[in-house]
Design a protein around this ligand. Structure first.
Ligand code: HAM
Length: 420
């Protein structure tokens, strides 16, 4: 140890767990691809204004948790705390919204929030997200939610739950907000909570302290204040989810931590994860484009927490990386066999088989240990005699069975799993 460590609260994924991490990301991404979402790769830092205007200045994410720095040109930049605002910036900058609507995009990668680290809550967190922009159709809300549900299902997860609500639009939300504010004004709140109630009363509903929750039992809730259009939209979303077989629970107290949400909001959680049980969330954000200086375009999307989804898989005993990265491990004995082994490894890889080899001229015993450690099913043993006869010894490390097979047959044997 030279004393250097990864920054606090930043998880690292090393083999073999990293294979499961990758499989979670790929599987969630695959669900998005199957839904017709195109991949977008975005900068990890943006102009700070993208997040201040997009996510909202009153949110914890922007006001307390952003990693903001000034670059050499005196510009204020921030590591992205979430993906939606950056996607909107990119769509506007490149005019994607002038093509067919909806614009459907997915992304995956790291996001940064200076939160207090704990199990499942990191300062570098990973998400797989989608955004569907420009069509205000409740069926699109249902599709987005169903894509997330499908992603979790493809991983084999069973214990996750979906909570759904609607928080209204720019017509009905002010009416609700006023009603909530009036209710909160009548409560005996501590000073910080009172200030929060002034700034963003909805956030008070999200206060986890039991004493506050007791005071809020009779608080007015967003779904009771929806205008006719929002109520109709919400009903259609629920009908479509039911038709799709996506199970959900209505939670009228659902509050999302970001300011841009309108109408449909949702969260997935997994009860095995303890305090940080939210494995994904999202919703509609019909005013976001405008707040970034764009046209009046609606949108809906989600961000699924890759780290927490992996934790949920582990809690359910799932190993998403079912396919082994390495199928075969070459054990060459002697210099000529090393050359031949390298060529064989190249040929097998070109045919799609994961192959590793013992390097450094290790002896047979050490090389076989490497084979065991690699997790490969097959050891391909090559010595002088095998080379002379044009064969290799193919050993099934699971059963111990071994057979001499011609170099040309190795691939077929590995693919079919038969060596006799
Ligand atoms: P979010 O709810 O802030 O939404 O984050 C989405 C998911 O990211 C959470 O449900 C959680 O699984 C994961 N996550 C968030 N913070 C952390 C953390 N500190 N450590 C580990 N995992 C974390 C958004 O970010 C929105 N942009 C989602 C969205 C897209 N809404 C519409 N489109």
């Amino acid at each position: 140890m030279n004393g250097l460590q990864a920054p606090r609260g930043v998880p690292e994924y090393l083999p073999p767990v990293s294979e499961d991490f990758l499989a979670v990301r790929n599987t969630l991404g695959r669900a998005a691809q199957l839904g017709g979402y195109g991949y977008i790769e975005l900068p990890v830092f943006e102009d700070t204004a993208v997040f201040v205007r997009g996510v909202g200045e009153s949110t914890d994410v922007v006001s307390k948790e952003m990693y903001t720095f000034t670059d050499r040109g005196d510009r204020s930049l921030s590591l992205r705390p979430e993906g939606t605002a950056g996607v909107m910036r990119s769509v506007l900058e490149h005019g994607l919204h002038r093509g067919g609507l909806p614009v459907k995009l997915w992304y995956a990668g790291p996001f940064f929030r200076a939160e207090r680290p704990q199990q499942g809550r990191y300062r570098q967190l990973q998400q797989v997200g989608v955004e569907a922009i420009g069509v205000d159709d409740p069926l699109l809300d249902a599709e987005v939610i169903a894509v997330a549900d499908e992603g979790y299902r493809r991983l084999g997860l069973r214990g996750f739950r979906l909570y759904l609500s609607s928080i209204g639009c720019r017509t009905c939300r002010p009416v609700y907000r006023a009603a909530l504010q009036e209710f909160l004004d009548g409560l005996d709140l501590d000073e910080p909570t009172r200030q929060r109630a002034q700034l963003n009363p909805l956030r008070v509903l999200d206060d986890k302290r039991p004493a506050i929750q007791d005071l809020l039992v009779d608080a007015p809730l967003p779904p009771d204040y929806l205008c006719d259009e929002c109520r109709e939209h919400f009903t259609r979303v629920q009908q479509a989810l039911t038709a799709l077989g996506v199970r959900f629970t209505l939670n009228p107290r659902l509050v999302r931590g970001l300011d841009y949400y309108t109408r449909t909001t949702f969260e997935f959680d997994h009860p095995a994860l303890g305090a940080q049980s939210g494995i994904g969330g999202g919703g509609r954000y019909d005013g976001l484009m405008e707040s970034l200086g764009g046209p009046e375009l609606t949108g809906i999307g989600f961000g699924l927490g890759t780290d927490r989804t992996l934790l949920a898989c582990q809690a359910e005993g799932l190993h998403p990386a079912a396919a082994r990265p390495i199928e075969a491990y070459i054990v060459p004995v002697g210099e000529a066999a090393r050359d031949a082994g390298l060529v064989l490894a190249g040929r097998l890889r070109a045919a799609g088989v994961g192959v590793d080899m013992a390097y450094g001229g290790r002896g047979m015993k050490g090389a076989m240990k490497g084979a065991d450690r690699s997790g490969a099913r097959w050891a391909i043993i090559m010595g002088e005699r095998e080379l002379a006869e044009g064969v290799v010894q193919l050993k099934d490390l699971e059963t111990g069975a071994q057979a001499a097979v011609s170099a040309d047959e190795v691939l077929g044997k590995i693919l079919t799993g038969e060596i006799s």
